[in-house]
Design a binder for this molecule. Structure first.
Ligand SMILES: [Zn+2]
Ligand SMILES: [Zn+2]
Length: 187
């Protein structure tokens, strides 16, 4: 499945199409942790013929799986995607840089449309997904994380470590374990 839409049927101003497109082939990495989209995840894409541009909107609540920042076990969460972008109709996706772009916000990645009127949405959707992942991901709000001394998963069992005066060098134990985990997941 591709994240491309054929715009050949949009001939006149106001014409529009709406499609559910499959996005579960997208993967990316955040803070050494792989992020995968749940199978069958789709996004609802609508494209309007807006005269000199295509008005594109994308909406959906894709579910992802990544790694909990505290205990390093799989964490599942739902993202909220809701974007809109204007794509100039007479170009391959690049805006001309003349004029008043200082006061404009960064419009994000503009999807490219090829000579066969096919719009490639993947780069933009990927960008939206990366931005939608929260800075801190937890498997649950109550996650106890790992013991900074021995690495014990405190959700499973307690340990006898004295964690009140932890050697700061040992704080990196959790980080190290995480790196080892993500290394072993690389194909
Ligand atoms: Zn956790
Ligand atoms: Zn411990």
């Amino acid at each position: 499945m591709t994240m491309k839409m054929h715009l050949g049927s949009l001939d006149e101003l106001g014409d529009h199409i709406c499609r559910e497109i499959s996005i579960d082939s997208i993967q990316f990495v955040r803070r050494n942790s792989q992020v995968t989209l749940d199978e069958g995840t789709t996004l609802s894409i609508e494209v309007f013929h807006g005269g000199d541009h295509w008005a594109v909107t994308g909406k959906g609540t894709p579910r992802i799986t990544t790694v909990c920042d505290r205990c390093l076990k799989p964490a599942h969460l739902e993202l909220s995607i809701d974007f809109s972008v204007e794509v100039p109709r007479n170009s391959s996706g690049k805006r001309d840089d003349t004029g008043d772009d200082q006061q404009k916000q960064d419009p994000g990645t503009i999807p490219e449309v090829d000579y066969e009127h096919i719009m490639d949405l993947k780069p933009r959707i990927r960008e939206e997904l990366i931005l939608a992942v929260p800075v801190k991901v937890l498997c649950s709000d109550e996650c106890q994380g790992l013991c900074p001394v021995c690495g014990q998963d405190l959700n499973v069992a307690e340990c006898d470590c004295d964690t009140e005066f932890v050697d700061p060098r040992l704080n990196s134990l959790a980080e190290l374990k995480k790196e080892m985990l993500s290394d072993s997941e690389k194909q």
